[in-house]
Design a protein around this ligand. Structure first.
Ligand code: UGA
Length: 443
C-alpha cells in the first residue's frame, strides 16, 4: 500500500522504516530539508538499535523514500500517518499547532480517498478537530476519514515494539478506514499474533494517554514504596518482585529509582491531567504522580550528600546521562537535573554515558566528560549512577574501587547487587534498599 508518514521523530521514522520493511511503499516527510536529506542518505538522527539497518534496507529496496515537501504526503499516501511533535505548553496543555498544520496541508492536497491516521500522542478529541479542519478546508467532495492509531513503542526498543507489538489500536467511526488500516497492519498483527483493537476515535486517543499515565503511576507508586522501605530497612526490589508475581499487578514498571523521564511519560501525564481538568474531572492521582517523580531528584541528591557530606569541592563521577538505556535521548532526563544540582552545589562532576555524551555536552557546560566509565571515576569521592546501561551493571568492581578516591557508590537505578558491592568493599547506597558497606568518609 502507498503510505505517507509525516514527521521523522522516533515514532515517525520507526513507523516509516517498519512499514517499508513489511512491504509497503512509504514516503517519509519532514519539512526540515536537511533532516530529510540525511535520512535519505541512510543517516538516522538519533540512537535507536536496529533502526539504521531498516532505513537502509527500505532505501535500497526503493520502498522508503524521503521528501521535505509536506504537500507530497496526501497525493502519495492511501494512508497518511501524522507523527509530528505535540510538545507541552507551560500550562501543561499539549501544543497541537503542528497537528493542525498537517491537517490543513492534507486538506489542501487531498487526492482520492485518504485515511488520515493520528499517531502523535494527542489529547482526546483531537481527531475530531482534525476531521473538522479537513472538512472545512478541503474542496467539496474530497474523500477522507480520520482515525486514531496510537503508538506504544518504547525508545531503545522501537523496532521490536513496532514489529512485535502487544496490540494495535485503531479508532475511527469509518469501517472503510478501519479496514484500510487493518490491511496496513496485517503482516504485523499476523506475525505477532496480537489483538487488533477497533474502537471509536475518542476511545483510541484515551487508550494512549491512559496507558502512559498508568505506567507513570506504577513508577511513582513503587518509588513511594521505596521511600517507606528506606525508613524501615525493607528491600523494594523484593517487594516489587513479589507484587509483580500477581498477574493482576504485573512485574514491569515497578523498578524504583530516580524517576521517569523522556519525552513521553512526563509530557503525557501533564497533558492528560490538563485535559481531565478541562473536562471537569479532577485527576488528583496524576498530580501526585508528578510530585513524587520530581521529589526523586531531591532524594537522590540528598543521598549523595549523605555519603560525601558537603558537595563543595567534592569530585562526583556520574554514570549515565540518557533518560534510560539504549537511547541518546536527554529530554527530561533525571540525570541532567542531578548533574545540574551537583554542579550548582559546588561539586566537580565528571560524566560518562555510552552514547548520550555528544548530546549532553552542550547542555551541561559545567560538567567534564570522560572517555570511559573508569576515567570518569578516577580520583572521585563518589560515583552516582543515573542510567541503567548494562555496561555499568557488569563493571569490574576491583578496577572501580581502585580508580575511586573513596569506594563510595550511590546507585539511582539499583543497577548493582548490594551483596557484591559490600563484598568488594564499597559503601553502597541505592534506592529503597538498605545501605551496605562501611560508613562513608568525607573527601
Ligand atoms: C513510553 C512508553 O513506555 C511507551 O509505551 C510509549 O509508546 C512511549 O512512552 C511514547 O508515548 O512514545 P519511553 O518514553 O520510550 O516509552 O520510555 P519508558 O520505557 O516508558 O521509560 C520512561 C522512563 O521511566 C525512563 O526514564 C525509565 O528509566 C523510567 N522507568 C521505567 C522507571 O523509573 N521504572 C520503571 O519500572 C520503568
Amino acid at each position: 500500500m502507498r503510505i505517507s508518514v509525516v514527521g521523522t521523530g522516533h515514532v515517525g521514522l520507526t513507523t516509516a522504516a517498519c512499514l517499508a520493511h513489511i512491504g509497503h511503499d512509504v514516503l517519509g516527510v519532514d519539512d526540515d530539508a536537511e533532516k530529510a536529506a540525511s535520512i535519505a542518505r541512510g543517516e538516522v538522527p538519533f540512537h535507536e538499535p536496529g533502526l539504521a539497518e531498516l532505513v537502509r534496507e527500505g532505501l535500497d529496496a526503493g520502498r522508503l523514500r524521503m521528501s521535505n515537501d509536506p504537500r507530497e504526503a496526501a497525493p502519495h499516501g492511501e494512508v497518511v500517518f501524522v507523527c509530528v511533535g505535540t510538545p507541552t505548553k507551560d500550562s501543561g496543555e499539549a501544543n497541537l499547532v503542528q497537528v493542525e498544520r498537517v491537517a490543513r496541508m492534507v486538506a489542501d492536497t487531498l487526492d482520492g480517498y485518504t485515511v488520515v491516521a493520528e499517531k502523535s500522542t494527542v489529547p482526546v478529541e483531537t481527531g475530531q478537530w482534525i476531521r473538522r479542519t479537513i472538512e472545512r478546508e478541503a474542496r467539496a467532495g474530497a474523500e477522507f476519514d480520520v482515525a486514531s492509531n496510537p503508538e506504544f513503542l518504547r525508545e531503545g526498543r522501537a523496532v521490536q515494539d513496532t514489529l512485535r507489538p502487544d496490540r494495535v489500536v485503531v479508532g475511527s467511526h469509518s469501517p472503510r478506514a478501519v479496514e484500510r488500516l487493518r490491511e496496513v497492519y496485517r503482516p504485523i498483527v499476523d506475525g505477532a499474533g496480537c489483538p487488533f483493537v477497533v474502537t471509536d476515535l475518542a476511545t483510541a486517543e484515551l487508550i494512549k494517554h491512559a496507558s502512559n499515565a498508568f505506567l507513570a503511576t506504577k513508577i511513582s507508586f513503587i518509588n513511594s514504596v521505596a521511600d517507606i522501605c528506606e525508613r524501615t530497612g525493607a528491600d523494594v526490589e523484593t517487594v516489587a518482585a513479589a507484587m509483580g508475581i500477581d498477574e493482576r499487578i504485573g512485574a514491569p514498571f515497578l523498578k524504583a529509582g530516580i524517576g521517569f523521564g523522556g519525552e513521553c511519560l512526563p509530557k503525557d501525564v501533564r497533558a492528560f491531567r490538563y485535559k481531565a481538568d478541562q473536562l471537569g474531572v479532577g485527576f488528583g492521582i496524576l498530580e501526585a504522580v508528578e510530585r513524587v517523580n520530581q521529589a526523586r531528584i531531591d532524594a537522590f541528591v540528598e543521598k549523595i550528600r549523605g555519603v560525601v557530606w558537603n558537595l563543595e569541592d567534592k569530585r562526583v563521577a556520574l554514570w549515565g546521562l540518557a533518560f534510560k538505556p539504549d537511547t541518546d535521548d536527554l529530554r527530561h532526563s533525571p540525570a541532567l537535573e542531578v548533574a545540574e544540582r551537583l554542579v550548582g552545589g559546588g561539586a566537580h562532576v565528571t560524566a560518562f554515558d555510552p552514547v548520550a555524551m555528544p548530546a549532553g555536552k552542550p547542555l551541561l557546560p559545567g560538567v567534564e566528560f570522560a572517555a570511559d566509565p573508569y576515567e570518569a571515576v578516577r580520583g572521585a569521592d563518589c560515583l552516582a549512577i543515573c542510567t541503567e546501561w548494562s555496561v555499568f551493571a557488569t563493571a569490574d568492581l576491583e578496577r572501580l574501587r581502585g580508580e575511586l578516591a573513596h569506594p563510595v557508590v550511590v546507585d539511582g537505578r539499583n543497577v548493582m547487587d548490594p551483596a557484591a558491592m559490600a563484598e568488594a568493599g564499597f559503601t553502597y547506597a541505592s534506592m529503597g534498599r538498605p545501605t551496605v558497606g562501611p560508613a562513608p568518609h568525607a573527601g
